[in-house]
Write a protein that binds this ligand. Structure first.
Ligand code: SF4
Ligand code: SF4
Length: 329
């Protein structure tokens, strides 16, 4: 692949930078408040971008680590104390700690708001206290944050409509059934095997078109398959697929699925862009890979962080092993 075809890094390069506390401010602004943590014009501009792009990479910052060593401070410095600054530093660290992130962490918009709503159900204890001197935001108890949280991440970040996903599915199924060849990311053949479970689930899947791919391969086992990286021909109708840039905004799509594909390419001795007969690829897959633990469990089954959680658990998905023993075709 030439560098000219690459798209901007959507995981490590931010397109929006905010202080971590302002994540809550965006929610309260969405709920109709004028949040003291973020200037309203700035909040509305960011909300407009979030409402269009679930892949938007957002960086959460904090000035906590700019605090100087006490030996460099004079009594005059202490006389100029800024309680709001200390409160805001605490808010930033409260948010980052609850999300399991660090100053400078960058995450996609949908990932971030799913995480936010799962971990922080109220601004109480972050934006507002009863402690004298730490009273904080006068709006924090009016329920705006909680109301938006109740609606879910879709209230803040763009979500695909059912109509759009249906239209993509129809177009996609037509291409899978009648196209000259298939384009599939390699670990999706493993997902297909997990879901099929040795024939126990011989039925279409609501969020992808892997079953339609299986039907095509059954009808034509030697149909050529080009092995791709990233979202593939099975993804078009998924709520996690963002047609704007072809990225997957589900948690698995943040980073770990890229590794699964590359691990599989390496173990099978193949390269992105290789084209094989479908039946030959499936034979090779089942010959070399005995369990999803080897790919989806990273070989050792150890979860090193939230971003590297293991689909189906560290011991492997039993559905894959069943399909491996019965065969797919
Ligand atoms: S365990 Fe791996 S192969 Fe199976 S469904 Fe999950 S991601 Fe796909
Ligand atoms: S968009 Fe993501 S979650 Fe949806 S099918 Fe594709 S890889 Fe899987």
């Amino acid at each position: 692949m030439t560098d000219a075809k690459r798209i901007p890094d959507g995981v490590g390069k931010p397109m929006v930078e905010i202080e971590a506390r302002q994540l809550l401010g965006l929610v309260c602004t969405k709920g109709g408040l004028t949040c003291p943590l973020i200037e309203p014009g700035c909040a509305h501009a960011i909300l407009a971008r979030l409402g269009k792009d679930p892949t938007l990479p957002v960086q959460l910052n904090s000035n906590a680590d700019t605090v100087p060593h006490y030996t460099t401070l004079t009594s005059e410095d202490y006389a100029q104390r800024d309680p709001d600054d200390a409160f805001n530093r605490k808010r930033d660290l409260d948010v980052l700690q609850r999300l399991g992130l660090l100053p400078g962490s960058i995450r996609r918009a949908r990932y971030l708001f799913e995480l936010l709503f799962a971990r922080i159900d109220t601004p109480g204890g972050i934006c507002v206290y009863d402690t004298p001197g730490w009273e904080g935001c006068p709006h924090a108890r009016n329920g705006a944050y909680e109301r938006i949280r109740e609606e879910g991440w879709q209230a803040v970040v763009h979500a695909r409509t059912k109509k759009e996903m249906r239209a993509f599915r129809e177009r996609n199924v037509e291409r899978i059934r009648n196209g000259e060849q298939l384009y599939v990311r390699p670990h999706h053949f493993m997902c297909l095997a997990c879901g099929y479970a040795g024939g126990e689930n011989d039925a279409p899947r609501p969020n992808d078109t892997l079953y339609e791919i299986l039907e095509r391969i059954r009808r034509q086992p030697d149909v050529p398959v080009t092995l791709v990286e990233g979202c593939c021909e099975a993804c078009d109708c998924c709520d996690g697929f963002h047609p704007g840039n072809g990225r997957c905004v589900h948690t698995c799509g943040l980073i770990r699925d890229y590794k699964k594909d590359l691990d599989l390419f390496q173990k099978l001795g193949l390269q992105p862009g290789d084209t094989l007969r479908a039946c030959d690829f499936i034979d090779l897959l089942f010959e070399r890979i005995a369990s999803t633990r080897e790919i989806c469990g990273y070989g050792d089954g150890i979860v090193t962080s939230e971003e590297w959680t293991i689909c189906s658990g560290p011991e492997g998905n039993p559905g894959y092993e069943k399909t491996r023993s019965t065969g797919l075709l």
